[in-house]
Design a protein around this ligand. Structure first.
Ligand SMILES: Cc1cc2nc3c(=O)[nH]c(=O)nc-3n(C[C@H](O)[C@H](O)[C@H](O)COP(=O)(O)O)c2cc1C
Length: 204
């Protein structure tokens, strides 16, 4: 059972969550997890102005995803920062290049799952994940979220991301907040949950 974790990250929050997601997948016996970045679409000049050049060096070693790789995975977990309550343009562009896979039904029956981050607590994490699910349904994927059996999503003693739709992290108004222990635990839980379901679906 192979899970691909396909993400875009500008400042590293989604990358950190993607690592935790991979840890969760690997907790399931014989499950493999591989990380992939979607291609950058912004010019270097713009990335410079956005302060993204330095942070992106931390995950420059992660291979850029080729569309065809999606077809060889049993499960695909997508990570995207929130952009105005939606997925980022880099991810949208990548997904819009999967028409050939759609035409062949290449992703039908595979497990799909989504996680996100945003600067603010109510800045659109749920709408980002739910609107992302539309694409997964069109591809015929079996959409998996973050069940309430992950009890950390019910806590109110601290500010935290995470909803039944998927794990998330709150980056803070200036992106100064790193994913908390609870948010990373949610990502690990979701990774393990996705892998467990994909294993069951893979059984003859
Ligand atoms: C164009 C743009 C739109 C954004 N829209 C939102 C938003 O709707 N809500 C929010 O809370 N944060 C928003 N943000 C902040 C990003 O979600 C935040 O930088 C990101 O989650 C950090 O993750 P990363 O470090 O993996 O890039 C936006 C950022 C940019 C650049």
């Amino acid at each position: 059972m192979k899970a691909l974790i396909v993400f875009y990250s500008m400042y590293g929050h989604i990358y950190r969550m993607a690592e935790a997601m991979a840890e969760g997948v690997k907790e399931v016996k014989v499950a493999e997890a591989e990380l992939r970045r979607v291609p950058e679409t912004l010019p270097e000049e713009v990335l410079q102005k956005m302060g993204a050049i330095e942070p992106q060096k931390a995950f420059a070693h992660i291979p850029v995803c080729k569309v065809d790789e999606l077809a060889s995975a049993d499960a695909i977990i997508f990570g995207t920062p929130t952009r105005f309550g939606n997925m980022c343009g880099q991810m949208r562009q990548f997904l819009d290049a999967t028409g050939q896979l759609w035409a062949k039904g290449a992703l039908v029956g595979k497990v799909g799952s989504v996680f996100t981050s945003s600067n603010t607590q109510h800045g659109g994490q749920e709408s980002t994940i739910l609107s992302f699910h539309n694409t997964l349904f069109h591809q015929g994927m079996v959409v998996v979220g973050l069940p309430y059996s992950f009890q950390g999503q019910s806590r109110i003693d601290e500010i935290t991301g995470g909803s039944p739709y998927g794990a998330s992290t709150i980056a803070g108004p200036k992106g100064e907040r790193l994913p908390s222990q609870n948010e990373l635990a949610a990502a690990r839980f979701q990774g393990r949950h996705v892998a467990t379901i994909a294993m069951k679906l893979a059984k003859p």
